[in-house]
Design a protein around this ligand. Structure first.
Ligand code: IPM
Ligand code: MG
Length: 368
């Protein structure tokens, strides 16, 4: 009997429409590859706020803790801009990350050959690009205390705290070294050890973990600002980059854009192994809810589809099936199927979200 359980949280904006395509892909794997999934769907973000007055209901949080993997679409939208911080859609996502303790956020930035022309950089700089950013996701300035806006004399002061414990740094460093061993065996760690004590500790602990447990991996250190510069200058020098929560947020957006489209990039957020040996896991596209095009059937479902491929690889140990799905997406792009985000000035009509889903399904059919 199969026990692969998924909780699907489509969320807001384009989340539901891209997730509808992923559901068809999940069904395909059940019908054609004998990989059955028990799928439950629920609300997160603004959609949950509209229904329950909170961006993540306790019952949904409890379900997320039980399943093998959570698949999330996107959260947020202008309708919720004026809400209090504590109930903003983004809080739903942050609660999932924190309570599931998803400390390692894997953000691959891979340039598909067929899309190299969409990068803002020269084709020869980005062609063949394949880097993996490992972002710490449950600590740092996102969660550090004290935080808030306080009165100090006659003016207001905004406060956030960057705080990292040794064990928080060590565990995300291990994730990066493990991944590197399965790739090109190189890790570059980024912080601001020149101005921040937390950066000094970060650098020390990453080096200690390396020397004690991963001496075979090539390790380098870079200040995060220089790292941003090097990422645009010559991104292919990197294999795995490991960095903190805030720098990882910035650097992963930068790396994403090198590849030409945010609409193509998946992510995995992983925690410690559960009783069944599978890591706690949440998969989501790197793109946001794109409220400007929501509901129009224009969104690119590939990032969400590729997030499911990451779930196959990291949660269900189905690396060959993950490869199959990634190759299907690649072949569709190679044939010139393009959603609106991937159009250049050629004047062809773009494929809709559904048509892109159809094309990926057809490529999957052709793969067996
Ligand atoms: C991301 C997003 C989130 C973050 C937001 C939506 C809270 O930018 O996943 O990169 O800042 O972590
Ligand atoms: Mg971000």
């Amino acid at each position: 009997m199969s026990t692969r359980s998924l909780l699907i949280l489509p969320g807001d904006g384009i989340g539901p429409e891209v997730m509808a395509e992923v559901r068809r892909i999940i069904d395909w794997f059940g019908e054609t590859r004998g990989l059955a999934f028990e799928v439950e769907e629920d609300l997160v973000g603004g959609a949950a706020y509209d229904m329950h007055g909170t961006p993540l209901a306790d019952a949904t949080m409890a379900k997320a803790q039980e399943v093998d993997a959570v698949l999330l679409g996107a959260v947020g939208g202008p309708k919720y801009d004026d809400l209090d911080f504590s109930v903003k859609p983004e809080r739903g996502l942050l609660r999932l990350r924190k309570e599931m303790d998803l400390f390692a956020n894997l953000r691959p930035a891979q340039c598909f050959d067929a899309l190299a022309e969409f990068s803002s950089l020269k084709t020869e700089v980005v062609a063949g690009l394949d880097i993996m950013i490992v972002r710490e996701l449950t600590s740092g300035v996102y969660f550090g205390e004290p935080r808030g806006i306080i009165e100090d004399g006659n003016e207001r002061v905004g406060i956030n705290t960057q705080r990292y414990t040794e064990s928080e740094i060590a565990r995300v460093a291990r994730s990066a070294f493990e991944l590197a061993r399965r790739r090109s065996n190189r890790v570059c760690s980024m912080e601001k050890a020149n101005v921040m004590e937390s950066g000094v500790l970060w650098r020390q602990v990453v080096q200690e973990v390396h020397d004690a447990e991963y001496p075979d991996v090539e390790l380098s250190h870079m200040y995060a600002d220089a790292g941003a510069m090097q990422l645009t200058r010559w991104p292919r020098q990197f294999d795995v980059i490991v960095t903190d929560n805030l720098f990882g947020d910035l650097l992963s957006d930068l790396a994403a854009m090198l590849t030409g489209s945010l609409g193509m990039l998946p992510s995995a957020s992983l925690g410690a192994p559960m009783a069944n040996g599978r890591p706690k896991a949440l998969y989501e596209p790197v793109h946001g809810s794109a409220p400007d095009i929501a509901g129009e059937g224009k969104a690119n479902p590939c990032a969400c589809i590729l997030s499911f491929a990451m779930a196959l690889r990291y949660s269900f140990d189905e690396g060959a099936e993950a490869d199959r799905l990634e190759r299907a997406v690649e072949s569709v792009l190679a044939k010139g199927v393009r959603t609106a985000d991937l159009m250049n000035a050629e004047g062809r009509a773009p494929a809709s979200t559904r048509e892109m889903g159809d094309a990926v399904l057809a490529a999957l059919d052709a793969s067996v």
